[in-house]
Write a new protein. Sequence first.
Length: 355
Amino acid sequence: MNNEEKTSSLNPEEIPTKGIRSTLEAESPTKAAPEEPVPFVPMSIHTPEAVEAMERQAAPDPSRAATVPTVAANPTLGRKRQGLLEERGLAIVEMTPGVVRDRTRREVLAFGIGAAAVATGAGYLLPQSTLGRLGVSRNLDSRAKEWLLNNALRVDDDVAAALYSRNRMVPTYTKSQITPIKNNYNGTTPEPWYISGWKLTLDGLASGLSVSLDIRTLTNRFSTHDQITRFVCVEGWSAIAWWAGLRFDDLLRAYPPKSEARWARVESFVNLDNSGNVDPYFVSIDLATARHPQTLLATHHDGQPLTVEHGAPLRLLVPVKLGLKNVKAVTRISYSANEPRDYWTQFGYSSYDGI
């Protein structure tokens, strides 16, 4: 992979240079007011004798009942309503030593059983020579190992899908926070020969027809939306980049898929392998994610038409997915009821790839 950014771009005659209507936030975010300090709450563990003494001291005194304020009656102890991610004070939990012992015993047992199950499952994936040195004679064959790993990935995908929400947005940034993004093309970066004859083909439509759209039709018909979001690569790096294009959801509304469709297969026929041979790249994406407000079919990067390195003239941009789902130089989108094949699942990768 070529990890250095290149500077070649499309000619103005090939890609329309229509102005981008900015929807970004202000350059300088407003500083939040400092939060009130969280009071320190001392905690202690009492012996049974100390607990008994405290109970005697806490016996109600009729002569003082009317003068001793309760916590609820003291307005100085109240705190302002906190946000979801704000630090909260320590809650005071009262329980007898016996309850503490029982709860701790259960938690230790549960943790131990879970850790043993994980260690056992992972241990059987070790090479037989390693298992032999550990005194373990049994070894899973390759098919059993593959089954175990695939099911672990399936559980991970199910959890990610369950956590997905159309209303959950990934963070957005200002232009001052933009960082360089690599040219991490899968295989060899293609030459721009394909640009002049490029078209986007749509299959699996409710109309029963196959539709071909050129880049001018897409940019003229649909509104342009821009956003600065973080691009997260499965290889462990990330970058904050400014993208613009049409919303995938707008394309779905204009050219609706069949009613039973739940998935889209997004392909690039111009993708090349490391030797420069044609190697079509394709991913599966659920339509719920395609309809997310931040999922774009991007036409611009940094305010300019996409370069070949970034997937000109049209690329998929899905901030709620890992980078390998963000197909460059998209040439076909096909809708189906069942999940289609994905390029990386044949190599053991997850198929959902949510973040």
